[in-house]
Design a protein around this ligand. Structure first.
Ligand SMILES: Cc1cc2nc3c(=O)[nH]c(=O)nc-3n(C[C@H](O)[C@H](O)[C@H](O)COP(=O)(O)O)c2cc1C
Length: 143
């Protein structure tokens, strides 16, 4: 399985999570075609990937109004028809329905979204490992 990772990040947690997810997936034999920002995506990495993993961070008032930051930029990504997708978000307190909203935006690009995970920003190592493990359990690896 070949995956491209795209992240939206302000202070670096979501970027770090993307890099950790890439490392975890590589350990189980997945190819990573690229890890790049949503706003400057490596087009070739998307084209070459079977799966696109899109991550952003939770923006809101911590107890209300949470949602994925950068939805407009995500909606502006190239069409992902024929590709699988998975999503993640990083958060500090409570992600609420952020992943559902992110999944809807990614589905609208034409991808088949197979799931996602919210990663706590203070547990990026453990949660990135969990994300990669769930992904590999749900997608048979084609090495
Ligand atoms: C303006 C702003 C609003 C935020 N709102 C929330 C929120 O409503 N709920 C939450 O759990 N975290 C919230 N956070 C925390 C971020 O989601 C968290 O720190 C995230 O890991 C940042 O990702 P980044 O380092 O990739 O930018 C907020 C952060 C900022 C800067």
């Amino acid at each position: 399985m070949k995956a491209a990772i795209l992240f939206e990040s302000l202070t670096g947690h979501t970027r770090t999570a993307g890099e950790l997810i890439a490392a975890n997936l590589q350990q189980v034999g997945w190819g990573i075609t690229g890890v790049s920002p949503v706003r400057r995506p490596e087009m070739a990495s998307i084209q070459d990937a079977d799966m696109v993993i899109i991550g952003t961070w939770v923006h809101g008032l911590f107890v209300v109004g949470q949602g994925p930051f950068g939805l407009a930029a995500i909606a502006g990504l190239p069409a992902l028809r024929g590709k699988l997708a998975a999503t993640y978000c990083t958060f500090a307190l409570n992600p609420a329905k952020t992943l559902d909203k992110l999944d809807r935006a990614v589905s609208q690009l034409g991808a088949e979204v197979i799931g996602g995970l919210a990663l706590h920003r203070s547990k990026l190592n453990a949660h990135s490992e969990e994300f990669a493990a769930r992904l590999t359990a749900n997608v048979p690896a084609r090495v």
